[in-house]
Design a protein around this ligand. Structure first.
Ligand SMILES: Cc1ncc(COP(=O)(O)O)c(C=O)c1O
Length: 416
């Protein structure tokens, strides 16, 4: 009996595209009936002598007094004991409700239960374990978040390709279409909207064209949506929510697997919490096999995500004040965006279209790294790495009244 082969056969029946896109590691992964499984099976036993974690005489977690007060307000069992591999059930349910609330009623595909990871980077990395090997063609946006090259290229050894994501008129659909047409064999394409480093979300019309373009691909193709900045769009008429639902509703499992990575990192401004999710838009029949592959991948890497952070996010999601608190942060970020746009325009500093997330991308002549160093000498830190002939400015770390002096420094150097 070969459990991985059985699992792969089940996935092939339920989701042919997903099965055909598995990497060599992805094909080998299965979740063994080891300690976590046997411990769960013994949960109701009179004496559960399975798992290596400490319970006190009352049957609950027994944290040291040096640690316990710091997590007051959290359930000690949730915060101090191991979470299941897929994450705390109430957190997964709460994130599932959050995702479902964003779907248009006419386009609500079935989604797998969000799988908890240690940050969005970890979600991408686990998905890369499943679907990216040395033979996989991976199509990345250009410019892109600089870690993609290392996750898919350095770590997985994949064949990397790129498509220009944004042109002067917004989303460059032609470039994506050409990039997709050049892919051979099982492939994976990354979409990151709103984008880093572009800080751009497409118009609703463009988003619909994008969904149609992807849905028409012959496959087998994994569409990986990095939705880190979902909801952070400062201009009306642009895509504020993930394409997960729209694309999931259009996707044919014979050809396309759609999966999102999102999380509390940016959406709840909990950067250090390392709580994120991987969610498949898939027919329910394929969800258990895909979840088992992820469970196996997390078990062999970090075993499960950190419990206290999961308990904190689950508790925050149940707080009726959360939405108003986020709205206030968004209003503040939108004010910074407006102030930066106005300051750049006043100084005549050119920028690619930017309307979302935390970033503005400024095209530059000459060596961006030399320019970055010169700006640093002027007292302004920006990023050049991974952004081609561009500098990335994160306005989330600046105050609205700092945009004018920042734009003046930029203008001086960019005109020089
Ligand atoms: C597009 C994008 N994806 C993923 C990440 C990583 O998120 P996390 O800190 O949750 O790993 C970032 C963080 O900057 C990002 O900009």
């Amino acid at each position: 009996m070969d459990p991985a082969a059985d699992l792969n056969a089940a996935l092939l029946r339920a989701h042919p595209a997903a099965a055909r896109c598995l990497s060599p590691l992805g094909r080998r992964l299965y979740f063994p009936k080891g300690i976590p499984v046997q411990s769960r099976e013994a949960a109701g036993a009179r004496f559960n002598a399975t798992i290596g974690q400490l319970r006190g005489a009352d049957g609950h977690a027994a944290p040291l007094p040096a640690l316990a007060p710091m997590l007051q307000g959290l359930d000690p069992d949730e915060a101090f004991l191991y979470a299941p591999q897929g994450g705390l059930p109430r957190l997964r349910q709460a994130w599932a409700r959050r995702l479902a609330a964003r779907a248009a009623p006419q386009a609500a595909p079935s989604l797998s239960l969000p799988f908890v990871t240690g940050g969005i980077t970890h979600a991408l990395s686990l998905l890369a374990d499943l679907f990216v090997g040395p033979e996989t063609n991976v199509l990345l946006p250009d410019p892109a978040w600089d870690n993609y090259v290392h996750i898919f290229g350095t770590r997985c050894g994949a064949r990397l390709h790129s498509y220009r994501s944004v042109g002067p008129a917004g989303l460059d659909l032609g470039a994506l279409e050409a990039g997709l047409a050049g892919l051979e064999g099982p492939a994976l394409v990354v979409l990151n909207l709103p984008s880093n480093p572009g800080g751009y979300a497409p118009t609703l019309d463009q988003a619909e064209q994008l969904a149609q373009l992807l849905a028409a691909q012959p496959g087998p193709l994994v569409v990986l949506l990095d939705d880190a900045y979902q909801g952070m769009v400062w201009e009306g008429g642009h895509l504020a929510q993930s394409l997960l639902h729209r694309l999931g509703a259009l996707a044919d499992p014979e050809r396309l697997l759609v999966v999102s990575a999102d999380g509390a990192t940016k959406e709840l401004f909990f950067f250090g919490g390392r709580v994120a999710f991987a969610t498949f838009a898939t027919p329910p029949a394929a969800a258990p096999a895909l979840e088992e592959k992820l469970t196996a991948a997390i078990r062999v890497s970090v075993s499960c995500a950190s419990s206290p952070a999961q308990a904190m996010v689950a508790t925050a999601l149940a707080d009726p004040g959360l939405q108003a608190q986020r709205d206030a942060q968004h209003a503040d970020l939108a004010a910074r965006w407006r102030a930066l746009r106005a300051a750049l325009a006043a100084e005549g500093v050119e920028a690619w279209p930017f309307n979302a997330a935390f970033f503005a991308l400024l095209p530059v002549q000459g060596d961006p790294e030399a320019l970055r160093r010169a700006l640093l000498a002027d007292g302004l830190g920006v990023v050049s790495a991974g952004a081609g002939q561009n500098l990335r400015l994160s306005y989330a770390t600046l105050q609205a009244d700092e945009m004018a002096p920042v734009a003046a420094i930029l203008a001086k150097r960019l005109r020089a």
